[in-house]
Write a protein of this length. Sequence first.
Length: 439
Amino acid sequence: MIALEHERPWQADTESRLANFTDLAATAIGNVSAREQLREVADEQAALRRVATLVARGAAPDVIFGAVAQEVAHVLPAVDHAVIGRYTSHQSVEFVGGWKRAGGPDWVGKTTALGGHNVSTAVFETLQPARVDHLDDEASPTTAIARNSGARSSAGAPINVEGRLWGVMIVASAHAAELPAGIERELADFIELLATAIANTQAREEVRASRARIVAAADQARRRIERDVHDGAQQRLVSLGLQLRTAQASVPPELGELRAELDRAIDATTAAMEELQEIARGIHPAVLAQGGLRTALKTLARRAAIPVHLDLGAVGRLPDHIEISAYYVVAETLTNAAKHANASAVTVEVGYVDDILRIAVRDDGIGGADFTRGSGLLGLKDRLEAIGGRILLDSPRDGGTEVTAELPLAGTTAGNTRATPSPAGVQEGQGSTREVRPD
């Protein structure tokens, strides 16, 4: 409204000019609001693209969950903490990914029982977004974790996967009653957009865990068959061989033909026993369980049909599924080098890179290997991917073949019965390099 202090006639077009100015002001305000909305939409779309890229690349679940938490914190205002919790079947919540503005205790990696006046419990009970403006110093474990991390108020929204409650997305402020009004609804809308990425990550992790269990079960079955063969048929053949030798020793000199027949029977028994040993070794190498990866690889190299140069670094005892997978990588590549690559020598290097066991096998053969030819390399690829590892193949024509396998030592559980190695636990020949030629 415009007023004059002195009585003076208005110009004839004052009202229309004022209306035009008001329209211009409204347009400007609308443009600012629209630009702000467009910026928010652009920020959300950029965040979704970054998360989707991580999912497409097959990033680990903890990386993806951490990225989701970080993107949520950057899109929404006044957030000091963002964390993803996954509900378990035991009325508890496991915090699987998070982001925080400042240092201090973290929520991630902890699992607590539900209960108390906190967002995790409220979302679980109501299946709706919730907020708590004052995180009281109460006895419930979930509230205690939030307060210990520095949170004083929080808001959260349910994460639904395939129509079922999977977990909760929580944002928190380091100050009481500091989160903007309605932030839990904004969070719910944004999480709905991210739910597909979370569902894909969950599905991929379930498939990987299932494959790892299958691999572990197959290894256990192999180990059981090898043990049954060793303790059963193989021992019977050994006993039979001894009985034949005893019988042969009692044959009178004049029965030369019978002695010759017993000689042939003893030779056949010995051949059958050696063949059975070879079969059992292919099912599951007993030397691996008895002496570990280091001893098993030396045995492999010694029996190889071509010279093998071993560099085993500081390799000590490892979890069962890691040792078995590493053994099969070397066994398969040595077989390929001798049978298909026409190689004259092979180099095998095994060592640690951070929390990864790295195996590199190189030959000087004809090259041209790929995963689609034969089942050996493809089987190795499936095995390694099932336990979170990977295998790389570089095999140009007439340029030799290099197979590189990487096996994670941290965060794997399938068949894990031994601790991961430490410098103090390294066994025999640290940093040793040796050449082993076939017998």
